[in-house]
Design a protein around this ligand. Sequence first.
Ligand SMILES: [Zn+2]
Length: 263
Amino acid sequence: MKISKNLVPLWNYPKKCPYTMKPTRIVVHNTANDAPAANEIAYMRRNSNTVSFHYAVDDKEVVQGIEENRCSWNAGDGSKGKGNREGISIEICYSKSGGEKFIKAEQNAVELIVDILKRYGWGIDRVTKHQDYNGKYCPHRTLDLGWDRFIKMIEEKLNDVPVAKKKTVTQIAKEVIQGKWGNGVTRRTKLKKAGYNYNEVQAKVNELLNKKPASKPAKKSVTVIAKEVIQGKWGNGAERKKRLTEAGYNYEEVQKKVNQLLK
Ligand SMILES: [Zn+2]
């Protein structure tokens, strides 16, 4: 995804981003407008309103207007509010009319948010919304569609394991056997979330668990053995019993068959 910068000019810092900032969170907004990201930022960076934000995201790109180490007047929680003074603010475009462009803009926002979370080593709890700071119903369309849904989109992307980092099915199967992936539904969900094929892993688990030490030669039928006994191949008396038992045959059964054949 393309990210470009069109930063607030220095002369407008007093209005837009007067303080330095150590970010602790992300604040999500909807523009309630139908303009692309470039226009939102271009307008914001030059006007004299004490309204500002770090990023605008549309269906095609992300445009940054303020560096992440400066505050933005986005959350309506005052000059000392955590939303304003510690939040990296993101405006999702095209929320007024919604539709395909907005859906795509939201997906791009998810990518941007995941990137920020990873850069700062943050968890999903760092993703907040404008509403949390002053009660304003923003991000309005994202809320309409479901905030939990949006958080889930972020979580799914955040937990995506890059293909290159994936372990082999055998490694995962061994971890499953060691109990690292839980049981039943939990195991299935966790494996799926981590990008593994549950059925494939489970098949390998079963294979590993059922592996027999060294496969013995196929057993002969009782009749075949009885004939060998008659031919003297298994010795007599106690020796015969011992050898047959050690080879995995039921001595009594073989002996019975021997008697039958000799009748
Ligand atoms: Zn807002």
